[in-house]
Design a protein around this ligand. Structure first.
Ligand SMILES: [Zn+2]
Length: 408
């Protein structure tokens, strides 16, 4: 009898696991049919966002309710979107750092999927069992300037205790009003991180923030770890090996840490980098796919059976990646200094030209033995020579012309 029961549980578990992966695959494969087409750049503006939300509110009034829950320091509207009528409340907020918009775009895609698939069993399960509470673009003033901080010059993620920004007050008041079981803190990280020493870029970094300096586990944080572990399994087929674990040092001023402390199981999702994707459109898609899939896991309680080791064994987020590395090139000096062989590390930076258009420019950020670093693009310089004066530290470089020069 016991054996039969075990077999039954095993079949049940593997079939629901399979269903989970199938849903994620469907979301991934059919993405082009539902993504919000008018979002083509990550510099999505607040008016554009409001317009998209208005449209969804009109298209699915029976599912989506939109409420203005306050305004930014400069008076821009901050909205709370409510979807579903289930008992498990899932809270999420994006772009508390104005220059971290990837999840904002993914959230709009996710609304679009729900709108197009209201009757699908997965969406029905989410609507019936969960209530999604979504604040997209919590820092619209920062988004306008494409800067981390609010218009008051405050890093909102260090304002969870002092609450000197209206935006932080909104976040705390919504958390306190609904007391959600689960929360997703949605950010972008510098794309120059790798997954430990694996040589793979960290496309996603996950964290279940600590609620005290001892980094203890309680029921709230354990539930967050289960959700994070479920996310690891969801990401695996699409970006295997590209998920890292973010530093879990307790930060008493940050929201993730405090929201965990206040009783909402919180998971930080950091969108990192992917080759040839400066606008982060692929990672936007991953945000949409992973969030919808994990909502379904939460709605069906599938995540409760996930082994937390998937999360706990993730390699640490490690900073050893440059955008471009030219390997083994010979650098010649114009004076009496001897030629040398070196690797050249180049990162791209965004600057505004005189007409206000944003451009990406390369800059030399490292020179020498870069063998422990990886890059989104590696150019082989073996047997080739460059004038040392064009790749000096901190120099602006034209990567396209360097690439051409080294091909010859
Ligand atoms: Zn951030």
């Amino acid at each position: 009898m016991k054996t039969l029961f075990t077999i039954f549980v095993f079949i049940f578990m593997s079939s629901s696991l399979h269903a989970q992966q199938q849903f994620a695959k469907t979301l991934y494969d059919s993405y082009e049919t539902y993504k919000v087409q008018e979002i083509t750049t990550r510099r999505i503006s607040h008016p554009e966002l409001m317009k998209i939300i208005d449209r969804f509110a009109q298209q699915m009034p029976e599912i989506l309710s939109v409420e203005t829950v306050g305004t930014s320091a400069e008076g821009r509207e901050i909205r709370l979107l409510k979807i579903g009528a289930g008992t498990t409340k899932i809270f999420m907020w994006s772009q508390m750092h104005g220059d971290e918009p990837t999840a904002t775009m993914g959230l709009m895609d996710l609304l679009s999927y729900i709108n197009n698939n209201k009757k699908s069993p997965e969406v029905q399960a989410i609507l019936k069992n969960t209530t999604l509470l979504i604040i997209p673009m919590l820092n619209p003033d920062g988004a306008l300037r494409f800067q981390r901080r609010t218009s008051q010059g405050i890093d909102m993620n260090r304002d969870a205790q002092h609450l000197q920004t209206p935006e932080a007050n909104i976040l705390k008041s919504i958390r306190d009003k609904y007391n959600p079981e689960i929360g997703f803190n949605l950010h972008d990280q510098d794309p120059h991180y790798t997954v430990g020493q694996t040589g793979k870029w960290a496309t996603i970094a996950l964290l279940t923030p600590a609620y005290n300096y001892a980094k203890e586990d309680n029921a709230v944080r354990m539930r967050a770890k289960k959700v994070a572990a479920e996310l690891v399994t969801i990401f695996k087929p699409f970006i295997d090996g590209h998920v890292s674990r973010y530093d879990d040092t307790f930060e008493p001023r940050a929201f993730g840490d405090n929201i965990q402390k206040w009783g909402t199981s919180t998971i930080l999702i950091e969108s990192g980098g992917w080759p040839n994707d400066p606008e982060k459109m692929f990672i936007r898609k991953l945000n949409c796919v992973a969030l919808l899939s994990v909502f379904h896991s939460i709605a069906t309680k599938t995540y409760e059976r996930t082994d937390i080791s998937h999360y706990e064994n993730l390699p640490d987020n490690t900073r050893n990646l440059y955008d471009v590395i030219i390997k083994n090139v010979t650098l010649k000096f114009s004076d009496s200094r001897k030629p040398m062989t070196a690797d050249v590390g180049i990162d791209y930076h965004e600057i505004k030209d005189t007409s206000g258009v944003t451009k990406r420019i390369g800059r030399v950020v490292d020179l020498g033995d870069l063998s422990i670093y990886v890059a989104f693009e590696t150019i082989d310089g073996s047997g080739k020579t460059l004038d040392a004066s064009i790749v000096e530290m901190n120099d602006r470089v034209d990567v396209d012309s360097l690439r051409e020069q080294l091909k010859k």
